[in-house]
Design a protein around this ligand. Structure first.
Ligand SMILES: NCc1[nH]cc(CCC(=O)O)c1CC(=O)O
Length: 308
């Protein structure tokens, strides 16, 4: 590798931690100090500018990636590090993600000073979250709860909770772990209780399709099992797409050659929950995920997708 690679990322604390992790791994792969192998380039995205509205109202996916992907296509950067959870299922022509780091804990965490679980929240409690998926799943279990929007980065949301804006919130274990904030977690939520977002806990590295040098390097960083799990979940999402305001959750697990997954869509108020599961060969990840998505789509009917 002749050049010092430029790694594009959002400027949030979590994004920077993830980008620096990739820089460190690239350094190791090249046998160089991380700073010599790569530099971090912070890019502000539309999603970072908009603090006051539900992201889903603005078209959701892609808001955190457009400017970074433009820089990748322009050659201003060579790699982009993303939380795979925030990535649209379709990438721009000329870009590819075929490198995913080993996934960490995909679960959501429950954070509250009023209760130790969703079940024991006081009657009529307020849960702060701007995630349609989290809100709908909480309401499915506790219809008496009021969900209020909770936007901003992880630190902002923790502050809102401390200020009493809500009685509880849900955040990804992955982000809290990476930021060293596990002590804020009241309890992890089992995936039976709250099914995670597609690709939650996985970091991906995007590159130009035609950059053979970077492709070869990134192969060394790729975690195959994570790639297959994410492929299954994202295949479900892709089938259900065009409905970015429908709460969707999915989680695939791999044991040896076998993949098992659950997938779910809900009405935003949690009154309707449609769930399915698949088991098969891990190598058939995409087909299994897509098949699960087709089933959910068929069972939900079109009203599910255009009522909101
Ligand atoms: N939507 C924001 C976002 N994107 C990725 C993470 C956490 C890390 C991950 O899930 O990989 C978070 C914060 C959260 O949902 O708590």
């Amino acid at each position: 590798m002749q050049r010092r690679l430029r790694i594009g990322t959002r400027g949030s604390k979590l994004a920077l931690i993830q980008a620096n992790d990739v820089a460190r791994r690239i350094g190791i792969a090249l046998g160089l100090p991380a700073e010599e192998a790569a530099e971090i380039v912070v890019i502000k995205t539309t999603g970072d500018r908009v603090q006051d509205r539900n992201l889903s109202e603005l078209g959701g996916k892609g808001l955190f990636t457009k400017e970074i992907e433009d820089a990748l296509l322009d050659g201003g950067i060579d790699l982009a590090v993303h939380s795979m959870k925030d990535m649209p299922t379709v990438l721009p022509d000329g870009l590819i993600i075929d490198c995913t780091l080993e996934r960490v804990d995909p679960r959501d965490a429950f954070l509250s000073s009023k209760a130790t679980s969703i079940a024991t929240l006081p009657q009529g409690a307020i849960v702060g979250t701007s995630s349609l998926r989290r809100g709908a799943q909480v309401k499915a279990r506790r219809p008496d709860v009021t969900v209020v929007p909770f936007r901003g980065n992880v630190d902002t949301r923790l502050q809102k909770l401390a200020d009493g804006v809500a009685d509880a919130t849900l955040l990804a274990m992955a982000g809290l772990t990476r930021m060293g904030l596990l002590d804020k977690v009241t309890a992890p939520l089992s995936t039976e209780e709250i099914l995670p977002a597609v690709a939650q806990g996985a970091v991906g590295v995007e590159r130009r399709v035609n950059d053979a040098e970077v492709a070869e390097l990134l192969q060394k960083l790729h975690h195959v099992e994570t790639g297959l799990r994410i492929a299954a979940e994202r295949a479900t999402l892709a089938v259900l797409d065009g409905s970015c305001r429908t709460p969707i959750a999915a989680l695939a697990l791999i044991d040896g050659k076998k993949l098992a997954m659950r997938a779910m869509i809900l009405s935003p108020d949690g009154s309707e929950v449609i769930e399915t599961s698949r088991e098969g060969l891990a190598l058939d990840a995409v087909a299994l995920g897509a098949d699960a998505g087709e089933e959910l789509k068929g069972r939900a009917g079109s009203h599910f997708f255009d009522e909101v």
